[in-house]
Design a protein around this ligand. Structure first.
Ligand code: IMP
Length: 190
């Protein structure tokens, strides 16, 4: 089966490809000729994931899924949450986002946080939502070069390394996106 992953983010594609069985042929937005920015104007992760999947489904006619992810920091009342991409401004710069988060947290010792992913799947016969969460904490400085986004400052529970220091295979097996994708694959296999 052919399935479009409605993202322009090459890092998300790199994470998701190894999680899909060979029978599912993943297409990127580039593959289907979609170059435009897809509006993400929702007020929740689910709404944004649905907006992205629906956009591709309606405009391009492909079976499709989209993911929206947020980092939720308890000491900041859930910030940056649904605004994770634009936390430090509309240029969506990951380093500026991390600097803003680290400076807002300052020396606060209570640094618990979680990544949440919501995946919306649009098929001809209906729409489905899958979620994945990973608990952890925000480090005091950036560490590691793997991954993307907030990975250098997120340390999953039970590890002494950030997602940017851990191999992709491990991030995928314990991480938010990996968990949500596993639910999607299990559903599609049924
Ligand atoms: P979106 O899901 O593409 O809207 O991402 C929201 C924000 O979270 C962006 O700043 C991403 O870089 C960041 N982000 C999304 N997924 C991850 C992840 O797996 N690790 C670290 N940051 C992420």
């Amino acid at each position: 089966m052919q399935l479009v992953f409605a993202t322009h983010n090459p890092n998300k594609l790199k994470e998701v490809r190894p999680l899909l069985p060979k029978s599912m042929h993943l297409l990127s937005l580039k593959d289907i000729g979609c170059q435009e920015e897809i509006p993400e104007t929702g007020s929740s992760l689910e709404e944004n994931a649905r907006l992205k999947a629906q956009y591709v489904f309606k405009k391009y006619g492909y079976t499709c899924f989209a993911d929206d992810t947020g980092l939720i920091v308890d000491a900041l009342n859930g910030e940056p949450g649904v605004y994770s991409a634009r936390y430090a401004g509309k240029q969506k710069d990951p380093h500026a986002n991390m600097e803003k988060l680290l400076s807002k947290l300052g020396a606060i010792s209570h640094r618990s946080a979680r990544f949440q992913t919501v995946i919306a799947l649009y098929l001809k016969d209906g729409q489905y939502v899958f979620t994945g969460t990973v608990e952890g904490k925000i480090t005091e400085d950036k560490r590691g070069i793997n991954g993307f986004g907030y990975d250098p400052i997120f340390m999953p529970r039970g590890f002494d390394l950030t997602f940017a220091e851990l191999p992709l295979s491990l991030k995928n097996s314990i991480g938010h996106r990996g968990k949500a994708i596993k639910k999607l694959v299990d559903y599609l296999k049924k």
